[in-house]
Design a protein around this ligand. Structure first.
Ligand SMILES: NC(=O)c1ccc[n+]([C@@H]2O[C@H](COP(=O)([O-])OP(=O)(O)OC[C@H]3O[C@@H](n4cnc5c(N)ncnc54)[C@H](OP(=O)(O)O)[C@@H]3O)[C@@H](O)[C@H]2O)c1
Length: 280
Protein backbone atom coordinates (compact mmCIF):
# COMPACT_ATOMS: atom_id res chain seq x y z
CA UNK A 1 0.00 0.00 0.00
CA UNK A 2 1.26 3.46 -0.94
CA UNK A 3 1.73 5.62 2.15
CA UNK A 4 2.05 9.33 2.74
CA UNK A 5 4.47 10.80 5.28
CA UNK A 6 2.84 13.02 7.91
CA UNK A 7 4.60 16.12 9.29
CA UNK A 8 5.95 14.13 12.24
CA UNK A 9 7.37 11.31 10.09
CA UNK A 10 4.51 8.84 10.68
CA UNK A 11 3.56 6.94 7.51
CA UNK A 12 -0.17 6.82 6.77
CA UNK A 13 -1.78 4.61 4.09
CA UNK A 14 -3.09 6.86 1.30
CA UNK A 15 -6.18 4.64 0.99
CA UNK A 16 -8.37 3.55 3.88
CA UNK A 17 -11.88 2.44 4.72
CA UNK A 18 -14.50 4.82 6.14
CA UNK A 19 -17.26 3.59 8.45
CA UNK A 20 -19.59 6.61 8.67
CA UNK A 21 -23.25 5.53 8.47
CA UNK A 22 -22.43 1.86 8.97
CA UNK A 23 -24.77 0.74 11.75
CA UNK A 24 -23.06 -0.89 14.75
CA UNK A 25 -24.67 -4.27 13.98
CA UNK A 26 -23.26 -4.19 10.41
CA UNK A 27 -19.91 -2.61 11.18
CA UNK A 28 -17.87 -5.53 12.51
CA UNK A 29 -18.58 -7.61 9.41
CA UNK A 30 -17.96 -4.68 7.06
CA UNK A 31 -14.58 -3.95 8.64
CA UNK A 32 -13.61 -7.64 8.57
CA UNK A 33 -14.55 -7.77 4.88
CA UNK A 34 -12.47 -4.64 4.29
CA UNK A 35 -9.51 -6.16 6.15
CA UNK A 36 -9.80 -9.36 4.07
CA UNK A 37 -9.82 -7.17 0.95
CA UNK A 38 -6.53 -5.62 2.07
CA UNK A 39 -7.51 -2.38 3.82
CA UNK A 40 -5.44 -1.65 6.92
CA UNK A 41 -6.46 1.95 7.59
CA UNK A 42 -9.90 2.46 9.17
CA UNK A 43 -11.57 5.82 9.73
CA UNK A 44 -14.15 5.97 12.53
CA UNK A 45 -15.35 8.60 15.03
CA UNK A 46 -16.96 8.87 18.45
CA UNK A 47 -20.06 10.24 16.70
CA UNK A 48 -20.36 7.17 14.42
CA UNK A 49 -21.16 4.96 17.44
CA UNK A 50 -19.17 2.06 15.98
CA UNK A 51 -15.67 2.38 17.49
CA UNK A 52 -16.26 -0.80 19.51
CA UNK A 53 -17.20 -2.78 16.40
CA UNK A 54 -14.08 -1.49 14.60
CA UNK A 55 -12.03 -2.67 17.60
CA UNK A 56 -13.78 -6.07 17.54
CA UNK A 57 -13.06 -6.56 13.84
CA UNK A 58 -9.38 -5.69 14.27
CA UNK A 59 -9.11 -8.15 17.17
CA UNK A 60 -10.94 -10.87 15.22
CA UNK A 61 -8.74 -10.40 12.14
CA UNK A 62 -5.89 -11.99 14.13
CA UNK A 63 -3.45 -9.54 12.54
CA UNK A 64 -1.02 -7.62 14.76
CA UNK A 65 -2.14 -4.16 15.91
CA UNK A 66 0.93 -2.59 14.30
CA UNK A 67 -0.39 -3.55 10.84
CA UNK A 68 -3.32 -1.16 11.25
CA UNK A 69 -3.76 2.58 11.09
CA UNK A 70 -6.77 3.63 13.15
CA UNK A 71 -8.26 7.12 12.92
CA UNK A 72 -10.95 8.39 15.27
CA UNK A 73 -12.39 11.82 16.07
CA UNK A 74 -13.49 13.73 19.16
CA UNK A 75 -17.09 14.90 18.83
CA UNK A 76 -18.39 18.36 19.85
CA UNK A 77 -20.22 17.01 22.92
CA UNK A 78 -16.77 16.02 24.24
CA UNK A 79 -15.19 19.41 23.50
CA UNK A 80 -13.05 21.09 26.16
CA UNK A 81 -9.90 19.88 27.91
CA UNK A 82 -11.42 17.65 30.64
CA UNK A 83 -14.20 16.08 28.57
CA UNK A 84 -11.94 15.52 25.58
CA UNK A 85 -9.30 13.88 27.80
CA UNK A 86 -11.91 11.48 29.23
CA UNK A 87 -13.31 10.79 25.76
CA UNK A 88 -9.87 9.82 24.43
CA UNK A 89 -9.66 7.16 27.18
CA UNK A 90 -13.17 6.00 26.23
CA UNK A 91 -12.19 5.74 22.53
CA UNK A 92 -9.07 3.75 23.43
CA UNK A 93 -11.24 1.38 25.45
CA UNK A 94 -13.85 0.94 22.73
CA UNK A 95 -11.19 0.45 20.06
CA UNK A 96 -9.48 -2.06 22.39
CA UNK A 97 -6.05 -0.59 21.82
CA UNK A 98 -3.46 1.32 23.79
CA UNK A 99 -2.81 3.84 21.03
CA UNK A 100 -4.70 5.62 18.27
CA UNK A 101 -2.78 6.27 15.04
CA UNK A 102 -4.53 9.51 14.16
CA UNK A 103 -6.88 11.53 16.37
CA UNK A 104 -8.86 14.42 14.90
CA UNK A 105 -11.14 17.15 16.23
CA UNK A 106 -14.29 16.28 14.30
CA UNK A 107 -15.78 19.77 13.98
CA UNK A 108 -14.46 23.30 14.65
CA UNK A 109 -17.14 24.01 17.24
CA UNK A 110 -17.36 24.16 21.03
CA UNK A 111 -14.21 24.60 23.11
CA UNK A 112 -11.99 22.99 20.51
CA UNK A 113 -8.86 24.72 21.78
CA UNK A 114 -9.39 22.82 25.06
CA UNK A 115 -9.91 19.65 23.01
CA UNK A 116 -6.68 20.26 21.13
CA UNK A 117 -4.71 20.73 24.35
CA UNK A 118 -5.98 17.34 25.57
CA UNK A 119 -4.95 15.84 22.23
CA UNK A 120 -1.49 17.43 22.38
CA UNK A 121 -1.11 15.90 25.84
CA UNK A 122 -2.24 12.45 24.64
CA UNK A 123 0.25 12.78 21.77
CA UNK A 124 3.09 13.63 24.17
CA UNK A 125 2.13 10.60 26.30
CA UNK A 126 2.27 8.27 23.29
CA UNK A 127 -1.45 7.45 23.37
CA UNK A 128 -1.81 8.95 19.90
CA UNK A 129 0.74 8.80 17.03
CA UNK A 130 -0.52 11.89 15.20
CA UNK A 131 -3.15 14.58 15.77
CA UNK A 132 -5.14 16.78 13.45
CA UNK A 133 -8.51 18.25 12.64
CA UNK A 134 -11.53 17.79 10.43
CA UNK A 135 -13.84 20.30 8.76
CA UNK A 136 -11.48 23.16 9.62
CA UNK A 137 -11.76 25.55 6.69
CA UNK A 138 -8.85 27.89 5.97
CA UNK A 139 -9.81 30.64 8.45
CA UNK A 140 -10.17 28.38 11.49
CA UNK A 141 -7.38 26.11 10.34
CA UNK A 142 -4.85 28.96 10.13
CA UNK A 143 -5.95 30.36 13.50
CA UNK A 144 -5.41 26.95 15.12
CA UNK A 145 -2.02 26.53 13.45
CA UNK A 146 -0.94 29.92 14.81
CA UNK A 147 -2.11 29.10 18.33
CA UNK A 148 -1.10 25.49 18.93
CA UNK A 149 2.07 23.60 19.82
CA UNK A 150 1.66 20.62 17.51
CA UNK A 151 0.79 21.57 13.92
CA UNK A 152 -2.13 19.38 12.73
CA UNK A 153 -0.78 16.45 10.71
CA UNK A 154 -4.04 16.09 8.78
CA UNK A 155 -7.20 18.04 8.03
CA UNK A 156 -10.09 15.81 6.91
CA UNK A 157 -12.46 17.84 4.74
CA UNK A 158 -15.14 17.16 2.14
CA UNK A 159 -13.07 16.59 -1.01
CA UNK A 160 -14.22 15.07 -4.30
CA UNK A 161 -14.25 15.99 -7.98
CA UNK A 162 -17.05 18.54 -7.49
CA UNK A 163 -15.44 20.19 -4.45
CA UNK A 164 -11.70 19.82 -4.93
CA UNK A 165 -10.36 22.05 -2.10
CA UNK A 166 -7.59 23.46 -4.30
CA UNK A 167 -7.06 26.66 -2.27
CA UNK A 168 -7.48 24.92 1.09
CA UNK A 169 -4.91 22.28 0.12
CA UNK A 170 -2.42 24.99 -0.91
CA UNK A 171 -2.83 26.74 2.45
CA UNK A 172 -2.42 23.47 4.35
CA UNK A 173 0.67 22.60 2.32
CA UNK A 174 2.28 25.83 3.57
CA UNK A 175 2.16 24.34 7.07
CA UNK A 176 2.77 20.70 6.12
CA UNK A 177 -0.76 19.45 6.84
CA UNK A 178 -2.03 16.60 4.66
CA UNK A 179 -5.51 16.85 3.13
CA UNK A 180 -7.68 13.81 3.85
CA UNK A 181 -10.86 13.51 1.80
CA UNK A 182 -14.20 12.70 3.31
CA UNK A 183 -16.95 11.80 0.85
CA UNK A 184 -14.61 10.95 -2.06
CA UNK A 185 -17.72 9.98 -4.07
CA UNK A 186 -19.82 12.83 -2.63
CA UNK A 187 -21.91 9.92 -1.26
CA UNK A 188 -23.26 9.52 -4.82
CA UNK A 189 -24.74 13.04 -4.99
CA UNK A 190 -24.95 14.92 -8.29
CA UNK A 191 -25.20 11.58 -10.21
CA UNK A 192 -21.62 10.94 -9.20
CA UNK A 193 -21.37 7.35 -10.39
CA UNK A 194 -22.68 8.13 -13.88
CA UNK A 195 -20.58 11.24 -14.44
CA UNK A 196 -19.71 11.30 -18.16
CA UNK A 197 -16.26 12.85 -17.86
CA UNK A 198 -15.13 10.28 -15.29
CA UNK A 199 -16.78 7.44 -17.16
CA UNK A 200 -15.13 8.36 -20.51
CA UNK A 201 -11.72 8.67 -18.88
CA UNK A 202 -12.29 5.36 -17.11
CA UNK A 203 -12.84 3.55 -20.42
CA UNK A 204 -9.32 4.46 -21.51
CA UNK A 205 -7.83 2.70 -18.47
CA UNK A 206 -10.52 0.01 -18.14
CA UNK A 207 -11.49 1.52 -14.78
CA UNK A 208 -14.79 2.59 -13.20
CA UNK A 209 -15.98 6.08 -12.28
CA UNK A 210 -15.24 5.30 -8.62
CA UNK A 211 -11.68 4.21 -9.41
CA UNK A 212 -10.97 7.28 -11.55
CA UNK A 213 -12.37 9.55 -8.80
CA UNK A 214 -10.13 7.96 -6.15
CA UNK A 215 -7.09 7.99 -8.41
CA UNK A 216 -7.60 11.72 -9.10
CA UNK A 217 -7.38 12.46 -5.37
CA UNK A 218 -4.49 10.07 -4.74
CA UNK A 219 -2.46 11.72 -7.51
CA UNK A 220 -3.01 15.04 -5.70
CA UNK A 221 -1.51 13.48 -2.54
CA UNK A 222 -4.89 13.41 -0.82
CA UNK A 223 -5.71 10.54 1.55
CA UNK A 224 -8.97 8.76 0.63
CA UNK A 225 -11.26 6.65 2.82
CA UNK A 226 -14.18 5.43 0.66
CA UNK A 227 -17.02 3.66 2.45
CA UNK A 228 -18.95 0.63 1.21
CA UNK A 229 -20.74 -2.27 2.82
CA UNK A 230 -20.44 -4.34 -0.38
CA UNK A 231 -17.37 -6.55 -0.85
CA UNK A 232 -17.32 -6.12 -4.64
CA UNK A 233 -17.20 -2.32 -4.19
CA UNK A 234 -14.56 -2.58 -1.43
CA UNK A 235 -12.41 -4.51 -3.93
CA UNK A 236 -13.14 -2.04 -6.73
CA UNK A 237 -12.22 0.92 -4.52
CA UNK A 238 -9.01 -0.81 -3.43
CA UNK A 239 -7.88 -1.57 -6.98
CA UNK A 240 -6.50 1.86 -7.90
CA UNK A 241 -2.74 1.41 -7.88
CA UNK A 242 -2.17 -0.19 -11.29
CA UNK A 243 -2.87 2.85 -13.45
CA UNK A 244 -2.00 6.53 -13.58
CA UNK A 245 -4.17 9.33 -14.93
CA UNK A 246 -2.41 11.45 -17.56
CA UNK A 247 -1.84 15.17 -17.00
CA UNK A 248 -4.55 15.86 -19.62
CA UNK A 249 -7.06 13.68 -17.78
CA UNK A 250 -6.16 15.34 -14.46
CA UNK A 251 -6.81 18.74 -16.11
CA UNK A 252 -10.16 17.57 -17.51
CA UNK A 253 -11.29 16.38 -14.08
CA UNK A 254 -10.06 19.62 -12.50
CA UNK A 255 -12.72 21.40 -14.58
CA UNK A 256 -15.51 19.56 -12.70
CA UNK A 257 -14.73 21.57 -9.56
CA UNK A 258 -17.62 23.76 -8.36
CA UNK A 259 -15.63 24.92 -5.34
CA UNK A 260 -18.47 24.44 -2.89
CA UNK A 261 -19.98 21.82 -0.62
CA UNK A 262 -22.65 19.40 -1.84
CA UNK A 263 -23.57 18.75 1.79
CA UNK A 264 -23.56 21.67 4.20
CA UNK A 265 -21.92 25.01 4.88
CA UNK A 266 -19.91 25.33 8.06
CA UNK A 267 -20.52 29.08 7.77
CA UNK A 268 -24.33 28.67 8.02
CA UNK A 269 -25.66 29.27 11.58
CA UNK A 270 -28.26 26.50 11.04
CA UNK A 271 -25.44 24.00 10.36
CA UNK A 272 -23.65 25.16 13.49
CA UNK A 273 -26.84 24.69 15.56
CA UNK A 274 -27.51 21.27 14.02
CA UNK A 275 -23.98 19.97 14.60
CA UNK A 276 -23.87 21.34 18.14
CA UNK A 277 -27.14 19.56 18.98
CA UNK A 278 -26.06 16.21 17.43
CA UNK A 279 -25.35 13.57 20.03
CA UNK A 280 -26.60 15.65 22.99
N1 LIG B 1 -15.07 14.18 9.04
C1 LIG B 1 -16.31 14.25 8.64
O1 LIG B 1 -17.07 15.15 8.99
C2 LIG B 1 -16.81 13.17 7.72
C3 LIG B 1 -18.04 13.33 7.04
C4 LIG B 1 -18.44 12.32 6.19
C5 LIG B 1 -17.64 11.19 5.99
N2 LIG B 1 -16.46 11.05 6.68
C6 LIG B 1 -15.58 9.87 6.49
O2 LIG B 1 -15.35 9.68 5.10
C7 LIG B 1 -15.76 8.36 4.74
C8 LIG B 1 -16.24 8.31 3.30
O3 LIG B 1 -17.28 9.25 3.08
P1 LIG B 1 -18.82 8.85 2.99
O4 LIG B 1 -19.04 7.52 3.60
O5 LIG B 1 -19.59 9.97 3.55
O6 LIG B 1 -19.15 8.81 1.44
P2 LIG B 1 -18.48 8.21 0.11
O7 LIG B 1 -17.35 7.29 0.46
O8 LIG B 1 -18.25 9.36 -0.80
O9 LIG B 1 -19.67 7.40 -0.51
C9 LIG B 1 -20.21 6.26 0.08
C10 LIG B 1 -21.43 5.84 -0.76
O10 LIG B 1 -21.00 5.39 -2.05
C11 LIG B 1 -21.41 4.04 -2.26
N3 LIG B 1 -20.30 3.37 -2.94
C12 LIG B 1 -19.08 3.08 -2.41
N4 LIG B 1 -18.28 2.54 -3.34
C13 LIG B 1 -19.00 2.49 -4.49
C14 LIG B 1 -18.70 2.04 -5.81
N5 LIG B 1 -17.50 1.56 -6.11
N6 LIG B 1 -19.69 2.12 -6.74
C15 LIG B 1 -20.90 2.62 -6.42
N7 LIG B 1 -21.24 3.06 -5.19
C16 LIG B 1 -20.29 3.00 -4.24
C17 LIG B 1 -21.71 3.48 -0.89
O11 LIG B 1 -22.73 2.53 -0.96
P3 LIG B 1 -22.63 1.07 -0.26
O12 LIG B 1 -22.07 1.24 1.13
O13 LIG B 1 -24.07 0.61 -0.27
O14 LIG B 1 -21.76 0.26 -1.16
C18 LIG B 1 -22.21 4.73 -0.15
O15 LIG B 1 -23.57 4.96 -0.44
C19 LIG B 1 -16.84 8.05 5.79
O16 LIG B 1 -17.18 6.70 5.85
C20 LIG B 1 -16.20 8.60 7.03
O17 LIG B 1 -15.22 7.70 7.52
C21 LIG B 1 -16.05 12.03 7.54
Amino acid sequence: MKTIKLNNGVEMPILGFGVFQIAPEECEKAVLDAINTGYRSIDTAQAYYNEEQVGNAIKKSGLPRKDFFITTKVWISNAGYEKAKASIEESLKKLQTDYIDLLLIHQPFGDYYGTYRAMEEAYAEGKVRAIGVSNFFPDRYVDLVLNCNVIPAVNQVETHVFNQQIKAQQIMQEYGTITMSWGPFAEGKNNFFSNEVLSEIGKKYNKTVAQVALRFLIQRDIVVIPKSVHINRMKENFDVFDFELSADNMAEIAKLDKGESLFLSHYDPETVKYLNSYGK
